[in-house]
Design a protein. Structure first.
Length: 120
């Protein structure tokens, strides 16, 4: 550890060596992008979400502020996904050029579950 003296005060500074560990959960390799598949609830937005039915295909897009947005077949915003590990991985894979689809898997009241997977 390097010790600097500034105006009579000793300040410790950590060595400028960066150690990076590769975390397979966040790996952006093509293989890990192929394997993304999960079911999650969307934060619904009206009026688009009201048109959804179980088994409907939805569009999965990267919107502003790195937010995953869900659109119905009419192009209306239905909602967005909450941030989290899987969503972060999905965002990274979309930025690499991968495309994903969604299928409405369950609707219960105002809760809409969507299963996300890579388009083949």
């Amino acid at each position: 550890m390097e010790i600097l003296s500034k105006g009579g005060n000793n300040v410790r500074r950590a060595p400028s060596v960066s150690i990076l560990k590769e975390n397979p959960e966040f790996s952006s390799s093509e293989d890990s992008c192929d394997n993304i598949s999960f079911t999650t609830s969307i934060h619904p937005r009206e009026p688009g979400v009201k048109a959804l039915k179980v088994k409907d295909m939805v569009k999965v897009e990267l919107g502003q502020n790195n937010r995953i947005e869900i659109y119905n077949n009419q192009g209306e915003l239905c909602g967005f996904l909450s941030p989290g590990t899987k969503v972060t991985r999905l965002i990274n894979c979309i930025k690499l050029g991968n495309m994903y689809k969604g299928v409405v898997s369950d609707i219960f009241g105002n809760t809409y579950d969507v299963t996300i997977s890579r388009m083949k």
